[in-house]
Design a protein around this ligand. Sequence first.
Ligand code: ZN
Length: 461
Amino acid sequence: MNVRRWFFVSAALLALVVTSAQPRAASNPVWLDAYRDPAARLIGEAVGSTFAWQRLAILTDSVGNRISGSDALNRAIRWAADEMKKDGLENVHTERVMVPKWVRGAESADILEPAPHPMVMLGLGDSVGTPPEGVTAHVMVVHNFEQLDEHAAQARGRIVLFNVPFTNYGETVRFRSQGASRAAKYGAVAVLVRAVGPPGLRLPHTGALQYAPDLPKIPAAAITTEDADRIQRIAERGTQILIRLKMEAHFDADVESANVIGELRGRERPDEVVVVGGHLDSWDVGAGATDDGGGCVVTWEALRIMKKLNLRPRRTVRVVLWTNEENGGRGGQAYRDQHRAELAKHVMMMESDGGVFRPLGFGFSGNDAGRETVKAIATLLTGIAADQITPGGGGADIGPSVQEARIPAMALEVDGSKYFLIHHTPADTIDKIDPVEMAKCAAAVAVMAFVIADLPQRLGE
Ligand SMILES: [Zn+2]
């Protein structure tokens, strides 16, 4: 056998050996096999009932919407803690958080001239109110900040309308959050914003604004796409439009609220923690079903189902229902501060705040090793088509802890096509949510959280 021939024979033999050893793709490692059965059981339990949807219905029907500082949010907090205890979760408790209390009060926006027309409106969250008689002024319509800057002189004494059609949330929300101060800089007396969402059926969308600290605070409200376009048409004909805006909005003193916490303690390393959760507060319209009652329930479901199936992972799985995401973020900040000593033991934090529609998978932020592991776990979710892992996991509530301790972060990703249609509107109600899709969301969260909490090695190592 010459050397050349030896090489070829050996190579062929080696190939045979390798083939018979069944080389495994990175997405199909050996350790994953141990999780096929528990994953199937978790998925079966989640999709085998409408428990998650029914629980959300109780929250949205019996408590309703839950703005920070409201009695409703306090009731929701007590209810969630009681229910977690009934589920058999461990270490159930609430953690005190002081939150701002913004009160909408009565509000209206009317076109007075050229023809009287009451508009459908919602004051923007955290806005100041108007004097009792309201603010009455002519309207200046702009389509972007540049146009406002160009015609700045015309803004003085006017109500500025930002009539910006919705493209995506990231682009369009700027006019809601910054519009009031941008217009106040040029002497505007109030701001109206075309609702931040795709055209609905006369739906105004609320949501928080942010005042620049060095500029006058002027009242701001969202109006519907229909009314924004009506004002636009009248203005384009060269006709003056007179509007009266009345808002009682104001802040009361901060009040006590809480994050709600429940756990399934780890069987081997209970001090290492996987956190899942959503925010229990909502805006003060609709029922806070999609934003974010659904996120609370599907992450909480992960623990309930594990408990019910007697699947106790190596590490602790903790559900946190955060307070005050919408207008302050104090729940997420308080968690970071109250848990600073154990943040280094947080293996992963996951937030569900994009709706509980058809699940697609998860966003993940963390190192490459962690990403490979998460991608492998996601293959256990191909049966419910929730196996995509995309860049960019995170959330407003987990953000403070994740940034401080560089914790791997995940977000449940769902089909978002319906989300912004009802986001922050009176139409955020449970009838928009499908029980089967919601059950699949719970299944996806349960499998991902269980396996990460149970892995022999810590995620990312
Ligand atoms: Zn939300």
